[in-house]
Design a protein around this ligand. Structure first.
Ligand SMILES: Nc1ncnc2c1ncn2[C@@H]1O[C@H](COP(=O)(O)OP(=O)(O)OP(=O)(O)O)[C@@H](O)[C@H]1O
Ligand SMILES: Nc1ncnc2c1ncn2[C@@H]1O[C@H](COP(=O)(O)OP(=O)(O)OP(=O)(O)O)[C@@H](O)[C@H]1O
Ligand SMILES: [Mg+2]
Ligand SMILES: [Mg+2]
Lengths: 228, 228
């Protein structure tokens, strides 16, 4: 459902050129849970941003569900993403003036879902994430891990075909992480959703069907579940 | 060097009262490395904010180096903190318009240190954190883990007596985490600095002299190094 070919991404900083991705090829099956691991600065977030159309590559192709992302115009990109994808960002990106519940149901607002249904679905999902008593809190009234769970709720609420998650458990303790991973894996298996997750936590990567390792902008290794 | 007695913190959200800290007593020795662990929402960041004077308690006393923080006036608080403390925040809090180097040396600017010395000390510290090639990048040109390392540099640059670190390795891979923890522990041992660190990572907590566990706003358990 996702394919990248020969992906290169360079940034200019002053007079320097930084190569964030140096030729990445990757194929992800529908319904697969893929974990991406690697050292800080190795290009994981950049790869995720390419696959989700949040940024354009310098070279290479990105295919989502047989659509060539490179050809999708900027004005159509947001709508394309909303119809297919959910995101958990490495730095949450919640709206400070909205409550946890309002933040979680934002994708449904953008899809024109009615207020009553939004509230019901939002409450249900936040409850499974342990946030039942924090729904009316604003982000600055939430702990770091609670904010992270709100951003997870927002990524899941519209049952997207592909979920891109950038370190979604970095601010969670071991017990909460386990609860979230159980919830995530059972949800995506039940709905046939695809999950692409960047993580630094090997216990989290262990839930995946496949793990790819990145170093200096390339994929150097791959492990399948049940493999060595 | 740090003591809290009977610490209570409540927040009002709409018509509800949330109790973030429900009676905390804690004594931290000079030169000690204390780790604080606990579930998401258990009150760790709130406790850190109380100890560092970033927020006022509802009840209870906070003593820093024999100064009763409750009695320090708001207008004097910032100067008091600058002279004693360094912080790594759970959400980095870097200034977006400044480079990594400028962000790292900000405490020195506020202390009136000259430009040449600031640049030299900043470069040296960023180099030990593996950011030698990223010093002129702005935060939005850095990976999550690189931003986290800049905020660690900022906390260390003025050799503060007490370092408060809220999940400083959450965005770092295992190898980088190990390098940071080796650097941190050797630095504080050499300089006789006190380190109070919130973490969800048990491998990180293992570096500490003592670990306290929090649940629902209270400390429920304590372990000393070499203990069971
Ligand atoms: N400004 C605030 N207003 C209302 N409630 C708050 C506020 N700050 C914190 N809280 C609540 O206090 C509790 C403790 O928050 P705190 O940030 O200390 O947790 P934490 O242990 O650091 O969690 P995490 O591991 O997720 O970072 C949480 O339930 C949170 O919702
Ligand atoms: N907008 C940008 N401008 C310049 N350089 C950038 C930009 N975004 C990322 N980089 C650089 O590209 C490299 C890869 O960044 P990326 O965010 O993908 O790393 P990462 O693997 O997600 O790291 P982390 O684990 O620390 O989050 C880094 O060295 C970073 O400095
Ligand atoms: Mg990243
Ligand atoms: Mg916290």
């Amino acid at each position: 459902i996702v394919e990248v070919k020969g992906l290169v991404k360079k940034y200019r900083v002053g007079s320097e050129i930084i190569t964030a991705l140096n030729g990445v090829d990757l194929q992800i099956e529908k319904g697969e849970f893929l974990a991406i691991v690697g050292t800080s600065g190795s290009g994981k977030s950049t790869l995720l941003n390419m696959m989700s159309g949040l940024e354009r590559p310098t070279k290479g192709e990105i295919w989502i569900n047989n659509v060539l992302l490179n050809k999708v115009k900027e004005k159509d990109m947001a709508a394309f993403r909303r119809s297919y994808m959910g995101f958990v960002f490495q730095s949450f990106n919640l709206l400070g003036s909205l409550t946890a519940l309002e933040n979680a149901v934002l994708p449904l607002v953008l899809q024109g879902v009615g207020s009553r249904e939004r509230t019901q679905r939002g409450k249900e999902l936040l409850k499974t994430l342990g946030l039942e008593k924090r729904m009316l809190n604003k982000p600055n009234q939430l702990s770091g891990g609670q904010q992270q769970r709100v951003s997870i709720a927002r990524a899941l609420i519209n049952n997207p075909k592909i979920i891109f998650a950038d370190e979604p458990t970095g601010n969670l303790d071991t017990k909460t992480t386990k609860e979230i991973m159980e919830l995530l894996t059972s949800t995506i298996k039940k709905n046939g959703q695809t999950l692409v997750m960047v993580t630094h936590d090997w216990d989290v990567a262990a839930y995946a069907d496949r793990i790819v390792h990145m170093v200096d902008g390339v994929i150097i290794n791959e492990e399948k579940k049940g493999g060595v």
